[in-house]
Write a protein that binds this ligand. Structure first.
Ligand SMILES: *Cc1c(COP(=O)(O)O)cnc(C)c1O
Length: 400
């Protein structure tokens, strides 16, 4: 039996003082590409050099036919919804365990988020609960691949097809992930991505929309290019759209970042697997279930849970403070969106009514159970992973 070690928070020796790998990672590849853009004098507008390169490459990396680049991952969802035909007042089913952008992207133009709870053991949208939430106003489902784990696209696609709904994949956290051997993003009608600074592929800010449908791609392109049409005239605006284009600087950085994607994904998978093996042996900890359909996990976040019995007895935030003191920067994660006052009051503004969504699994996950580790922590070596597991074990032993 291991002896009880004094916690770092109480003045004991921390498990670790070494920092985890820094983020972002860059070198002369990005420097050279940026220099090329500066010297070209072609920084934005039309006739791009870097932009078509990254669009083509990003689509291919996700087995998609069409890519439309955009300023960020939030409006990427808005444009995907609009291009898919979602109108103000239409309902969009989505999980509450996600970043606020999933909901605010719909509310931006009066589409109404309808929250359907997640599965307790995956934290992903529960297909069993989706059908019960469909009404005559439902137009779309947003599957969020949270933490980099693809939601069950097989079942969600079947439900969307059965009810004639559009399926959008919010893949902001899932660059490079695969469901049943195919890239996420174009398995639904649209997939959207974010290149905000914390994301696995990062250009400071930025986003991408993928689809396999040429008509949908053209519409998304038009809406992000002031309503112009591809190969149309400069002042030929056939839709109301906006200038949502990214710059050549962003496209150049993305091309550089993509050169490390395969290698970084392999490291996260390897380290994620090791961490899962180690954490699953610790009393009081539950690891998430990985569906066999997830043939590649993007691990934007490594998420794990306190066992339900323990979660009722001990304080998640205190566990996090203890881990941080041990040198492990764990984080508590989201507040469940179905309880967010801004989301509810904006919903009321558009619908004129108070809406209530019962999502006990997501709420409990947020308040009591789920802990996060960020993606960069999985980019080091096996000793980093062993330190994380040792610190979790030490902290959990302190509650015995
Ligand atoms: C980051 C993120 C977004 C929004 O992306 P931005 O580029 O920050 O606008 C949307 N959905 C999820 C799940 C995200 O994590």
């Amino acid at each position: 039996m291991t002896t009880l070690q004094k916690l770092a928070i109480d003045g004991g020796t921390p498990v670790r003082t070494k920092p985890f790998p820094e983020w972002p990672i860059h070198n002369e590849v990005e420097e050279q590409l940026i220099l090329e853009v500066v010297r070209s004098g072609k920084w934005g507008g039309t006739g791009r050099i870097m932009l078509p390169r990254i669009e083509e490459q990003f689509a291919a990396a996700h087995d998609a036919k069409y890519a439309v680049s955009i300023v960020n991952g939030t409006v990427a969802i808005t444009i995907a919804l609009q291009a898919a035909g979602v109108q103000p007042g239409d309902e969009v089913i989505m999980p509450p365990y996600t970043f606020i952008a999933t909901a605010s992207s719909a509310l931006l133009f009066g589409a109404i988020p309808v929250f359907v709870d997640v599965e307790a053991d995956t934290l992903l949208l529960d297909p069993d609960k989706v059908e019960a939430a469909i009404t005559p106003k439902t137009k779309a489902i947003i599957a969020v691949h949270i933490g980099g784990a693809p939601a069950n696209l097989t079942r969600l696609k079947a439900i969307a097809a059965k009810h004639n709904l559009r399926l959008i994949e919010d893949s902001a956290q899932a660059v490079g992930a695969q469901w049943n051997g195919t890239g996420v993003g174009a398995q639904g009608d649209f997939g959207t991505f974010s290149f905000q600074s914390s994301k696995n592929i990062n250009s400071g800010e930025g986003g991408m929309i993928l689809t396999n449908d040429e008509r949908l791609a053209d519409m998304a392109w038009s809406l992000t290019n002031v309503g112009r049409i591809r190969n149309g005239g400069w002042y030929q605006h056939e839709h109301i759209g906006w200038n949502l284009r990214m710059t050549e600087f962003q496209a150049a950085i993305l091309i550089g970042q993509m050169t490390r994607l395969v290698e970084q994904m392999a490291a996260r998978e390897r380290n994620g697997k090791r961490l899962t093996e180690l954490l699953s042996q610790i009393e009081g900890i539950q690891v998430l279930r990985r569906d066999p359909g997830i043939t590649r996990h993007a691990y934007h976040l490594y998420m794990f849970k306190l066992d339900p019995v323990w979660a009722d007895r001990i304080d998640k935030n205190e566990v996090i403070q203890r881990l941080v003191a041990e040198g492990i920067p764990a984080a508590p994660g989201y507040v469940s969106l179905n309880t967010n006052k801004a989301v509810l009051s904006e919903t009321k503004k558009w619908t004129g009514e108070d809406r209530f969504y019962s999502c006990p699994i997501s709420e409990r996950a947020c308040e009591k159970e789920v802990l996060w580790l960020h993606q960069n922590m999985l980019l080091g070596d096996a000793t980093d992973i062993d330190d994380i597991a040792e610190a979790v074990s030490k902290v959990m032993r302190s509650y015995r």
